[in-house]
Write a protein that binds this ligand. Sequence first.
Ligand code: SF4
Length: 708
Amino acid sequence: MNEKSYKSTCCYCGVGCGILIKEKSNGQILVEGDKDHPVNRGMLCSKGMNLHYTVMDKSDRLLYPQMRFNRNMPLEQVSWDAALDRTAAIFKTFIAKYGPESVGFYVSGQCLTEEYYLWNKLMKGFIGANNIDTNSRLCMSSAVVGYKLSLGEDAVPVCYDDIELSDVILVEGANPAWCHPIIWRRVEAHKVANPHVKIIVVDPRKTQTVASGDLHLDINPGTDVALNYAIARVLIETGKIDAEFIENHTEGIEAFKEKVFEKTVSEYAKICGVELQKIKTAAKWIGQSKGFLSMWTMGLNQSVIGVNKNLSLINLSLITGKIGKPGNGPFSLTGQPNAMGGREVGGLANMLASHRDYANPVHRNEMQAFWGGGAISEKPGLTATEMFQALADGKMKAIWIVCTNPLVSMPDANMIERALKNAKLVVVQDVSSKSDTTKFADIVLPAAAWTEKDGTMTNAERRISYLNKVVDAPGNALPDTEIICRFTEKMGWGDKFSYNKTEDIYKEYIKTTENTNIDVSGLDFEKLQNFGTVQWPFTKKMSTDESSIGTERLFTDHSFYTASKKARIHSVPFQNQSEQISGDFPLILITGRIRDQWHTMTKTGKVNKLNQHINQPYVEMNPLDAKERGISDGQVVMVTGTRGEAKVKVILTNDLKKGNCFMPMHWGKILNQNFGRANNLTNSLVDPRSKEPDFKYAVVEISKYEKP
Ligand code: SF4
């Protein structure tokens, strides 16, 4: 049977595995790992292996634009013109009456780079506010700030090939065995081939990642900075720091030493709840290593002190000089497939294209001149949680939500529900009708999904890839770029958003990168389509070398992106700032993900094979806590907090310490009538610098469920 084969990239996590999509002549789609891809070398995890089901199954797809004229009426099918005319008319009215800050876009780390670029251009260059933020705010904004403060730029210095060149891997606040499985398979294979390699895992829970590690530092939630200080102190005291590197390539060591020596290692160990000897062992392994790689995700980022946690971990690479060398460096793993691409084009409320800063007048003028729109606002844009709070308070009137389901994924979900009810206009642009957020939409716009449009994405190691269009979108669904361009015509800016194909948008974007630290001005679409993937920077000069595949790792000359060219060692407080447990709410709730589900399950939830892993929400609890409350394994319990409650099955386990409990974040109302939405319980506290929420620390109580 004839078949066509297309290259693409997995649309789930930030690992960015290469995929071959095979289309048979009977229309059937097959998906397999791309053996030539440098990231996954043919491997796929359970989610990636089942991608073809999500492509083939169109039963949940939004097929045509819908609109309702008031909240008491059902949504009705309308034409694209009718939907976009109305959206534009309301946007114009609000902008004229209340100013450009009265409207906002809330987009997604699953948007392609070209889409992200256009949303950003539209809001900042033409509407005149900075109110565009993304669900990537919920997963990696603390790492962005951490990198900027320490290395001078939001620039991941390492690559996946550093895994096989390292001999100590410290995983802190991450469960890659479940959440970045292909990375973890590479780590495990490296360990099998090289038994001397040491894997240290820092996590309050005994996760699957811990199971394949050598040393588990079972930290108390929120105490990562204290732990990293303890390790740093041992490294300093045992002379395992790199004095020459510190002297020539860093700033801040004296203040750091003073800060770290405020407590003894034993005192830090007590704060963290980790055995002193384990901390000493970790420090010894790091100090002796030739290749020290640290990896982290949400356990550090999703915290009210997320930036401090990032800085304290990056410090370990700086004081040991283990950065800018093969097998060494701090590596933040991104959650979403294109969180990195969104950062590149400035798809966050505080950024402009190519990592420019909206607060910098030179950067604003550059982008205004480039886009040819109005003045770019110097007022800070609203970040994810701020945007929904502004809707709840009536300060913002309209929100356009793209490819994300905030009613399930945002903290304090009941507040999000109030915000959506209070909004004067909610536009939801999505692929699936299974998003809980759609229930609150006044206008629903059907979007093309993965494989139904082309464009680029960037994975966690700065690797840009091209995604082919394979099939047509069903019904009247359109690619996001076309929806944006049609909308801008209605707004009167069509001439500034006139593109014939995705490549035109890409070409416009890469011009903005010229002479910046993320310069990809030498990377033409053709090279990506024909050659494969390239890591940024990829300058015009590099493009003259046909064999160049970009920049594997950064800072190999130990010249950082700060003004002084030196990396900054930061001294930050080690104390946590989360809400406090009390008599009424004595347990700390940690939220997270499970192996076979993705975000709010609008894609993975419809694949039977994936649902077989874990098919309902639950709370994990220590047996000692359960005994005190007369709760037994498997019972239905109520988890209550100050903001809401969730009814779920309890699993008793010694995989977490007494006083802690865990719930997965995937389930909302649509997929679970029993209502185990974890984000009913989480809070809106955010890190003051990154504005990333404190998802890993909410105070709750658990009790037996009594039928009303
Ligand atoms: Fe997709 Fe991530 Fe799995 Fe790779 S590891 S197949 S990118 S979900």
